[in-house]
Design a protein around this ligand. Structure first.
Ligand code: DX5
Ligand code: ZN
Length: 221
């Protein structure tokens, strides 16, 4: 596995050609597909659900699918996404009444589990469940939309989360999501991030495999 994981967010892909877009971005060097699930309740936007995840699997996509749940409640969708072929499932701790139980539900389904922290949310919810976390995902925008500007205080939080992970000696990815671009990805890496979501920075015009590859290569550099 690559030391640094690039996870394009298909929120900014062309939904009318989703299978082709996913194949192109994987052929362009993406490691993981980031799959944003919004319910018009936890966040003010509505996207895609387990049926679309299953459709990508049926279309022959074998790469890891990283499901980012921006929904409340979370448990029923966790079960549905496990059945739909998700590889990783992350959720926001404030979206469930029982964080430990929801994490355990994900792990019991054979998926990697993670917690997502909004820009203003402290890392406290991670403290007593660190042994169950495969991913800590820091939001560097307020969740709900692609194409927003990176909130710089996420870097300070990344350094804090990196220390938490290293002190605990756990095998946990530190992921960042929102406004990540070629221009700021190095700062994120220097702050300890090793998994990077990027939507609008990758899925921009022209929508070709070559263009996706150019962006992903620059991000890796
Ligand atoms: C925002 C989503 C992100 C989004 C990122 O709520 O969680 O994954 O797609 O998009 P960019 O990279 O354009 O900020
Ligand atoms: Zn996301």
């Amino acid at each position: 596995p690559n030391k640094y994981v690039i996870a394009p967010s298909i929120l900014s892909a062309d939904f009318a050609r989703l299978g082709e877009e996913v194949k192109n971005v994987l052929a362009a060097g993406a490691d993981v597909i980031h799959f944003d699930v919004m319910d018009n309740h936890y966040v003010p936007n509505l996207t895609i659900g387990p049926m679309v995840c299953k459709a990508l699997r049926d279309h022959g996509i074998t790469a890891p699918i990283d499901v980012h749940l921006m929904v409340s409640p979370v448990d029923s969708l966790i079960t549905e996404f496990i059945d739909a072929g998700a590889s990783h499932i992350t959720f926001h701790p404030e979206a469930t009444n029982h964080v430990d139980r929801s994490l355990q539900l994900i792990k019991n389904g054979g998926c990697k589990a993670g917690l997502v922290f909004n820009p203003a949310t402290p890392l406290d919810a991670a403290k007593y469940v660190l042994d169950k976390l495969d991913i800590i995902l820091l939001m560097s925008v307020n969740p709900g939309f692609g194409g927003q500007a990176f909130i710089p205080t996420a870097l300070e939080k990344a350094r804090e989360a990196r220390k938490m992970i290293d002190d605990a000696g756990i095998d946990c990815r530190l992921m960042i999501d929102g406004g990540v671009k070629v221009e700021n990805i190095r700062e994120c890496a220097e702050a300890g991030v090793d998994m990077f979501v990027a939507g609008s920075a990758i899925f921009k015009s022209p929508r070709t495999q070559e263009s996706y590859k150019a962006t992903i290569d620059s991000m890796r550099d």
